[in-house]
Each structure stands twice: as structure tokens, then as C-alpha cells.
Design a protein around this ligand. Structure first.
Ligand code: A2P
Length: 276
């Protein structure tokens, strides 16, 4: 079990990835994202998850530079957006992201969504970026099992990570099992259901027992399940609160109770039915 904010899990290619990071979806570029990222790094976070589509890579890059932490101690993730999918366009999108971030390599490069008819060519480009050493690890987001099966039928390299929507209302047990079989690490986005799971009465009861917040209990549940987690907040106090999850442990019963909150209910789009 991980014991601190900087503990890592080892991906199937040997790269070490922090189990805990800051997500910056829907965080405005400029001073807002710079403040979030710098607050997180100051609090001990070492992983930052952005994407070309978030339109804040420039601010993330600036915050990284201003943080004073050596590049190699940070773990930065970004993603190729749907309209850039395809072989050549992915290579170009990667260069554009690196330029904005001010980096010469990325720790993890991901396909953002399984765009039909395109994600296999995208993956070939990402495999090239990996082989060229420009991306230390590569993976996908929002892939259902059938998307992964289809990709793996032609892939040379098995994705190291699948980043999916995962929270107590969408526990994703079958997909987690499948990813484990393939040695693909699962990373949870919207771990707090974009804030919508924070008033769940059953989790509130567990939180009260431990003297913790609902957010902390949910993030602890992820870590005890072996799930990499990237909660988003723009507020320094919450960024600190979310990372303060290493001084308590959920019992097996409490873990099960949270599992039982599952309703297969999404706050975001379904990867089988998205129109962007
Ligand atoms: P804010 O950025 O204003 O702090 P998710 O990571 O599931 O997408 O959830 C992010 C949402 O939850 C954001 O709206 C964020 O708001 C809010 N949030 C993040 N951490 C906490 C917390 N510890 N307590 C309450 N709300 C939180």
C-alpha cells in the first residue's frame, strides 16, 4: 500500500508513475492554472495531468518552470485531442504540446478518446514517439474493453495506462479486471464525480468515523484499490486536503460499502457515444 504522496507504481515498461496527481481539466490557462499547479507541487504533488484540449498547457509549463523542482522529479501527462488523431497529425500535435509545455519529453502521452477509424493510426504515431524516447510511457483514455481488444489486435506496444472516469457511482470493476490481466494501469479521472459524489450519505458516514472529508475517503478508496488518481481543484486548501490521505485506512467492509454505491452512472460522455 502506498504511504506517501510521492509513492509510485511501476508501469509494464519499468517507468515509475506517481499514484497521486493533480488534474487540471476545466482549469483556466494563465494565473489560475499556474496557481493550481504551483500549489500542488508545493504541497508535494509530483504528477500533473493536462491535455491539449484543456487549453492550459502553456500555464502548466510555466508553473513547472517556476516550481523550482527538477524536471526529472516531475511526472507530466498530456493527451492528443480527437481532431488531431491520425498518424502525421498526432506527431504534429505532440510537437505543439511540447512547445506549449516547454518540455523536450513527456512522461505519459495518451489518446484522449477512442475516435472511430482513427485511433489505430494515432497509436502507431504514439508508438513512434515512445520508441524515439520523446514519450517515456504511452497509453489511452476512455477505452472500453472492446476498444482495447481492437487496439491490441494490431498494436506493437500494449498501452501502459488507461485513464477512465471512475468514482463511487461508476466503479468500473469489469474494466479494471480486464486491464489488470493485460498489465495496463487504471487511472481515475473525475474521481469525485466532478464534485457530484461529495454529498453521498453512506460515504459521509465513513468519513465521520475517520474524521476525514468525503473527498479524502473516496481518494483513499482509489489508492487502496490500486487505482492512480488525479483529483482537480483550483483551491490551495482543497489541493492540500485531497493529498492528506495517508494517515488512515479503510476497512474491507468500508471498501465494500463504497463499491456498493455503484450505479454505472457517468458525469461525462460514454466512450461508445460521444460526438466531439
Ligand atoms: P474546485 O476546483 O472549486 O475546488 P473531480 O476531480 O472529480 O473532477 O472533481 C473536481 C470538482 O470537485 C471541482 O469542482 C472541485 O472544485 C471540487 N473539489 C475538489 N476537491 C474538493 C474537496 N476536497 N472538497 C470539495 N470539493 C472539491
Amino acid at each position: 500500500m502506498i504511504k506517501s504522496l510521492q509513492d509510485t507504481t511501476t508501469l509494464h515498461n519499468g517507468v515509475k508513475m506517481p499514484m497521486f496527481g493533480l488534474g487540471v481539466w476545466q482549469v483556466e490557462d494563465g494565473s489560475t492554472v499556474i496557481h493550481s499547479v504551483k500549489s500542488a507541487i508545493k504541497a508535494g504533488y509530483r504528477a500533473i495531468d493536462t491535455a491539449a484540449a484543456y487549453k492550459n498547457e502553456t500555464g502548466v509549463g510555466q508553473a513547472i518552470k517556476e516550481s523550482g523542482i527538477p524536471r526529472e522529479e516531475l511526472f507530466i501527462t498530456t493527451k492528443v485531442w480527437n481532431s488531431d488523431q491520425g498518424y502525421e497529425s498526432t506527431l504534429a500535435a505532440f510537437d505543439a504540446s511540447m512547445e506549449k509545455l516547454g518540455l523536450d519529453y513527456i512522461d505519459l502521452y495518451l489518446i484522449h478518446w477512442p475516435t472511430k477509424g482513427k485511433y489505430k493510426d494515432t497509436w502507431r504515431a504514439i508508438e513512434k514517439l515512445y520508441k524515439d524516447g520523446k514519450a517515456k510511457a504511452i497509453g489511452v483514455c476512455n477505452f472500453h474493453q472492446h476498444h482495447l481488444e481492437d487496439l491490441l489486435a494490431d498494436a506493437e506496444i500494449v498501452p501502459m495506462v488507461n485513464q477512465i472516469e471512475l468514482h463511487p457511482l461508476l466503479t468500473q470493476k469489469e474494466l479494471i479486471d480486464y486491464c489488470r490481466q493485460k498489465d495496463i494501469k487504471v487511472e481515475a479521472y473525475s474521481p469525485l464525480g466532478s464534485g457530484k459524489v461529495l454529498d453521498h450519505p453512506d460515504i459521509a458516514r465513513i468519513a465521520e468515523i475517520h474524521g476525514k472529508s468525503v473527498a479524502q475517503v473516496i481518494l483513499r478508496w482509489d489508492l487502496q484499490n490500486g487505482i492512480i488518481v488525479i483529483p482537480k481543484s483550483t483551491k490551495e486548501s482543497r489541493i492540500i486536503e485531497n493529498s492528506d490521505v495517508f494517515d488512515f485506512e479503510l476497512s474491507d467492509e468500508e471498501m465494500k460499502r463504497i463499491d456498493q454505491c455503484n450505479k454505472n452512472e457517468r458525469v461525462g460522455a460514454d466512450p461508445d457515444n460521444f460526438n466531439f
